[in-house]
Design a protein around this ligand. Structure first.
Ligand code: HEC
Ligand code: HEC
Length: 376
């Protein structure tokens, strides 16, 4: 390392790559979280974040000078002293490693980051029934809303933190003129102290973790059916499960997956076929025997019996109500309220009940987020 006068080498290349991978993966995961059908990318970025986070925690224990937790300045008096000095003395000296504010920032970021990745992994398992924790959907489905809240608010907290961090760096850069913004690019800080040296074994460890993060990202985006992305529910072949339901009730619209409405709703629908949304369905169309068998099938597979996200959330939204249409449930209305009315008038969609126009594989009962088509 060439020694630059007035500068100290504080952030080795591994640390810098890690820092930017963390920043980018968080930003990308944050942006993709606003579109349901980008769940796949969201999870892939989340895994980069997770691996980098684990690495950073290990690095904080065994890593080189300036990166370890034991060099952090976490006493409140130090934090106060830091800010008093910052306000009083524009040209104060900065430490080579973490200052009290950035020590606190790092510790908090690691804690909140840990909450984000753990809640995210659990949520993916509990709500989407996907990923390595898909088995949790079975017994813990009732926690999907709690986990969503935790995951969401922890992420907002982290995002707020990032903004404060960037503001702090900009103040250093433009007010105190410490050149802080470039330290994470060049590795050098304008200060006094000893240069950092990284042991070969630690460097190898850092590069392996970077590689692992990148490989994991591509592993996830490459397939919807590998260990990290597989869903517990597979496509249902309704035609095979109940041919009459599939054909008779699928004549005018795709036969709706039974788990989308509760038992009582199916009873009401089947009890009023003579006036079925303006259509008259008689025994000439569907025999009494077929009707009875269809109703039995629907009841056996109604929302009460399912732990899929849509079933659980539909039931929760309904309370005591038992409407005759999926599109009348508060859950459906809530999830579709952002879609402008004119969309439903388009030729390829025609009607809001035409679920299959916007949900790929709808006829197999598949309502995965990543199958939502937004190109209307
Ligand atoms: C003759 C045509 C026809 C047949 C056969 C038919 N339906 Fe329908 N169904 C309709 C129409 C029309 C609507 C109103 C929504 C639309 O425009 O697609 C509808 C709507 C529905 C809805 C509400 C969808 C929503 O908007 O939430 C359900 C549930 C439903 N049908 C169930 C059934 C079942 C169960 C059967 C078999 C017993 C069946 N349908 C057979 C024509 C039909
Ligand atoms: C015009 C296209 C369109 C139609 C028609 C449509 N949906 Fe959707 N649906 C969407 C979009 C877009 C979203 C995601 C909304 C969001 O991003 O919050 C969605 C979300 C959902 C969700 C929530 C998925 C989740 O995991 O959060 C369910 C369940 C759902 N739709 C079921 C249905 C059913 C059942 C029908 C038919 C009765 C239907 N949709 C008709 C576009 C449509």
């Amino acid at each position: 390392m060439n020694k630059k006068p007035g500068y100290v080498f504080v952030w080795p290349i591994g640390t810098r790559i890690i820092h930017w991978m963390m920043a980018l993966s968080f930003t990308a995961a944050f942006i993709t979280s606003f579109h349901k059908n980008q769940l796949h990318s969201h999870v892939a970025f989340g895994f980069i974040f997770l691996i980098i986070l684990v690495y950073r925690i290990i690095w904080g224990i065994v890593g080189p000078r300036y990166a370890t937790f034991k060099t952090f300045k976490l006493r409140l008096s130090e934090l106060k002293g830091y800010f008093v000095e910052k306000v009083r003395n524009r040209w104060r000296k900065i430490p080579a490693g973490h200052n009290p504010a950035s020590s606190w920032f790092t510790v908090w970021a690691l804690i909140v980051g840990t909450v984000i990745v753990i809640s995210g992994l659990l949520l993916y398992g509990v709500e989407e029934a996907k990923g390595c924790f898909r088995f949790l959907n079975e017994d813990y489905y009732q926690y999907m809303d709690t986990l969503t809240m935790l995951h969401k608010y922890a992420s907002y907290l982290f995002a707020t933190w990032v903004i404060i961090h960037i503001t702090g760096v900009l103040i250093e850069q433009f007010w105190h003129r410490t050149g802080m913004a470039f330290a994470m690019i060049t590795g050098y800080k304008k200060t006094e102290g000893e240069d950092t040296k990284v042991k070969r074994s630690l460097s190898i460890f850092a590069y392996l973790m970077i590689l692992l993060a990148i490989v994991t990202y591509f592993f996830i985006v490459s397939s919807n059916y590998n260990y990290l992305t597989l869903q517990k529910y597979t496509n249902v072949d309704y035609e095979e499960e109940h041919p009459d339901y599939y054909h008779e009730c699928g004549e005018c619209h795709v036969a709706y997956p039974p788990y989308l409405l509760p038992r009582r709703s199916w009873e009401r629908i089947m009890g009023a076929l003579d006036n079925h949304f303006g259509e008259e369905i008689t025994e000439a169309n569907i025999t009494k025997l077929q009707q009875a068998s269809i109703l039995e099938y629907l009841i056996q597979h109604a929302a009460e019996t399912s732990k899929r996200e849509a079933a659980v959330k539909t039931m929760k939204s309904l309370g005591e109500r038992r409407p005759k249409a999926i599109t009348k449930t508060p859950y459906w209305r809530e999830t579709h309220k952002h879609i402008p009315k004119y969309v439903y008038r388009q030729k390829k969609i025609k009607d809001k009940s035409n679920c299959a126009a916007c949900h790929r594989d709808f006829k197999y009962g598949n309502l995965e987020d990543m199958n939502i088509l937004y190109d209307f």
